[in-house]
Structures are given as C-alpha cells and as structure tokens.
Ligand binder design. Structure first.
Ligand code: BGC
Length: 262
C-alpha cells in the first residue's frame, strides 16, 4: 500500500522558481515530502500558459490524483490574485492565478507567495518551530523573499526584499543571484547582507531571523561573520521549505485560518 492510501494528511506542494519548478506530495503530519521532490525546468519566458503546462506535467508525474495542491509563486498574492511580478513575466500581473490553475489542473489549488510558504514551513516544522514572538524568515535567491510570523501567525505579503537600502532596492544587491551576477566573494557579500539585515533589525526588532533559499546550504560562509543583536540561524528545511509550505497553505484553505500555534 502506498503512503497515499494509508491516510496521513497529504497535499501536493509546488514551488515555482525562476529556474526550477519543484513539487512533491507532502505529509503534513511530519512536514516531509512523502516521496521524491520532482524538479522540472521553468519554461523560458515563464508565461502563465507555459508554466501551467509544466505544472500539469508535474502533477501528473506526482501520481496522486485528486489531491489538492498549494502553489507558491514569487509574487504578492491577495485572494489568489498575483499583485506583483518583480522577477516574473507580466502575464501573471492581476491574474486570478488560483482560479486559473485550479481550472487547468482540475484539482483544488491554493496560491501563496513563495516566501510566505517557506516561512510557514520553517515556523511549523523547521528552525522557527515552537518559537513565539516575532520571527522573520528571509529567502535569498533570485530576489529576497520575506515572511513575518508573529506568535505563530503569518502576516502575508511582507515584501522586505524591496526595501531601499543605500539608494538601491535591497534584493538587487543582496540576493544570492546578485552575488553570483557581480562575482562577489563572501566577505563583500556579507558586508551587503550586514547592511541590509541591520536596517531590517532596526525597523522591525525581530526575535529571530531565519535565512533560507538556495544559499542557506553554505550559511557557514556568511552567518558567523554577521554582527546583529538578533539571533540569525539557517533554515532547517532549506530548499524544500517552499514546497512544504505550499502544501501547508492548501490545507489551511480547506480547514480555515492557519495558526502555527506555538
Ligand atoms: C518578490 C517576492 C518574492 C521574492 C522571492 C521578490 O522579488 O517581490 O514576492 O517572495 O522575490 O522570490
């Protein structure tokens, strides 16, 4: 008997990124993917249509027919509608992505901001588990995503990657992709991160900062060099946080508002 038949609460979680679209069937009791995390290339151009085609393939390959899905996208999401497209094709802007993907995939779909998904997963199962107070999760990738969780409740669409620091949009200088694009060494990159995090700390006084995104795998290169009064820790779920959080959000939609109850 497969894990899909045995009754654990499972949902499909999908994370749409600039390079990869990742998806898995997630066991919500453990917060772990119930099988393999599948990776499909994000189609060039990243239009809604092309991405929806890829999602259809992905959901088919996951082989859990009828299972509801959460889809994380790098956009402000309000009631299922994409309200920004900073690193996405403009065809997403203003679209009811939730309704559109629900119709295309033929299953209940919940759409959520990618950093909010990662933040909820970290707060429920990862580095923020059982932490009360103000927890800030930052994902360093193509952009900078941020999720604010206060006593276990998410404040959605908290777009701190777009803060202006030293005359620049923060994510244009301190994201993981900015580091690669400019060929920055760890010292130089850590200086930028320090400047950004000091500003964020001054404005929001979090009790804990969790740093995620692809770059969290090499957090020993920059975390020990940071000087902040707030504890800063690497994300525990690393690259699967978006997938797990998207699945969690799908469950929250069918079961009412999600409290991560700490
Ligand atoms: C977007 C956010 C997103 C972040 C990480 C930013 O450019 O505005 O919505 O969470 O990138 O993908």
């Amino acid at each position: 008997m497969s894990v899909f038949d045995t009754g654990p609460d499972v949902r499909i979680g999908i994370d749409v990124g600039g390079t990869w679209i990742k998806g898995a069937v997630v066991n919500l009791e453990t917060g772990a993917p119930a099988g393999e995390v599948l990776h499909l290339r994000t189609p060039a151009g990243g239009t809604v249509d092309a991405v929806a085609d890829t999602l259809e393939r992905l959901v088919g390959e996951l082989g859990a027919p009828g299972t509801a899905a959460g889809v994380a996208i790098p956009s402000i999401v309000q009631n299922g509608v994409a309200r920004s497209a900073a690193n996405m094709d403009d065809s997403w802007l203003g679209l009811d992505v939730q309704a559109c993907l629900g119709a295309r995939l033929g299953i209940p779909v919940t759409v959520v901001n990618d950093a909010d998904a990662a933040g909820m997963a970290e707060a429920r199962y990862g580095a923020g588990k059982d932490r009360s107070g103000v927890v800030l999760v930052l994902t360093l990738g193509t952009g900078i995503g941020s999720a604010l969780i206060v006593d276990g409740m998410l404040v959605p669409n908290f777009e701190l990657g777009h803060l202006e620091v030293a005359g620049y949009k923060a994510e244009s200088r301190a994201s993981a992709v900015a580091r690669e694009r400019e060929g920055l060494g760890w010292d130089e990159y850590t200086d930028r991160l320090q400047q950004y995090l000091s500003h964020v700390e001054f404005l929001f006084s979090p009790d804990l900062i969790i740093v995620g995104g692809g770059i969290s795998a090499c957090s020993n290169e920059y975390l020990p060099r940071l000087s902040l009064r707030t504890p800063v820790v690497p994300a525990a779920l690393q690259n699967s946080a978006g997938v797990v959080g998207a699945a969690l959000q799908s469950a929250a939609r069918s079961e009412g508002p999600l409290s991560l109850a700490v």
